[in-house]
Design a protein around this ligand. Structure first.
Ligand SMILES: [Zn+2]
Ligand SMILES: [Zn+2]
Length: 338
């Protein structure tokens, strides 16, 4: 089979690789329907995360089950499946508590920009759709495997409620998906922070009621202006930089909550400041598996269309161009077709 391998910053190659095999009775092999490049793939691409030895890339996937191990009964060959970027057995205490992305058997997916993928913990990880969905639904279902699930977690962690006010920090695919989540959870006012016109447009389409283009102190002041001078009930931090976290913490009202889902890079939180702010803080890798059945249903019934975050479609063999386009912000998110 063929797949993407990163060798060095800015150097992703499409190479012939060994076909994945069932290694454990809990594995499944899927044939990729569509996959994509994630914003988090750009950290090593930009040289901001160590790469080490050359290794495959990709953690977002939907596909057709090819083969299952002897202990996998939940899905069978031929079915169309969606899974999370973090695999889970769905039986341990952390899974039962709804934190499948902290499963004691968790393995992070890392080989998905390829024709075929081995899925560990397949029994607990994969969710089959009722029938094979039409091809127009594949991008939306792919979004559910990470960015939509992560946006949902941001809104959940930030306690978005009907009638509340939410601020979304970040206009990447996760931030835009977080707007969808805030809308679905009933937020009445959704303030999206974005400086890019095409992304502002999509944010509005997804349910944003206000756009704030300023950043830093000006951005915080603008949010306060829009929220009666005190800040928002819920803030969804979808970037992971120090600046974005500051923006988030200072945009929440006393007693409000911040959900942070961008993988933190050099983010530090001041204990004194947090203490006196009365702001609640919760984040981490999204427990996507908890949300899969519900989110798959919302996509399949056409209630939400997170697939719109893919504004570039490429054949899988042009995966490197997907990285470049996202790095240069020519694309929000690149969809890859084997
Ligand atoms: Zn991702
Ligand atoms: Zn578990």
């Amino acid at each position: 089979m063929r797949g993407a391998v990163i060798h060095a910053p800015g150097d992703v190659r499409f190479e012939t690789l060994d076909d994945p095999k069932i290694l454990h009775p809990t594995d499944a092999i899927i044939r990729t329907a569509v996959t994509c490049v994630c914003g988090s793939d750009l950290w090593p691409w930009r040289g901001l995360e160590p790469i080490g030895d050359a290794h495959p890339m990709g953690h977002e996937y939907v596909g057709f089950v090819e083969e299952v191990g002897s202990e996998v009964t939940a899905v069978k060959p031929g079915q169309f499946v969606v899974g999370s970027f973090a695999t889970s057995d769905d039986t341990c205490a952390n899974c039962r508590n709804g934190f499948q992305s902290n499963c004691v058997h968790r393995e992070f997916m890392s080989t998905c920009q390829a024709d075929y993928v081995r899925i560990p913990n397949a029994q607990g990880t994969l969710v089959a759709t009722g029938e094979v969905p039409s091809e127009e639904l594949w991008p939306g279902l792919l979004a559910v495997s990470d960015v939509m699930g992560t946006g949902w977690w941001a809104a959940d962690a930030a306690g978005v409620k009907p009638g509340s006010t939410a601020v979304v920090v970040g206009d990447g695919a996760v931030g835009l998906s977080a707007v969808i989540a805030a809308k679905e959870m009933g937020a009445e006012r959704i303030i999206a922070m974005s400086r890019h016109e095409s992304r502002q447009k999509l944010a509005r389409e997804f349910g944003a009621t206000d756009i704030v283009t300023e950043r830093g102190d000006d951005g915080i002041a603008r949010v306060k202006d829009l929220t009666g001078g005190i800040g928002a009930d819920s803030v969804l931090e979808c970037v992971g930089t120090a600046q974005a976290m500051q923006q988030a913490l200072h945009s929440a009202r006393p007693g409000g909550d911040v959900g942070f889902v961008g993988v933190p890079h050099e983010v530090a939180v001041d204990g004194q400041e947090l203490f006196f702010s009365h702001v609640g803080l919760r984040g981490g890798p999204a427990p996507v598996r908890r949300y899969l059945p519900d989110l798959i249903d919302r996509v399949v019934t056409g209630r939400i269309d997170p697939g719109k975050v893919f504004d570039l479609t490429l054949p899988l063999d042009q995966v490197a161009e997907g990285y470049r386009a996202m790095d240069e912000r020519r694309a929000i998110k690149a969809l890859l077709k084997p």
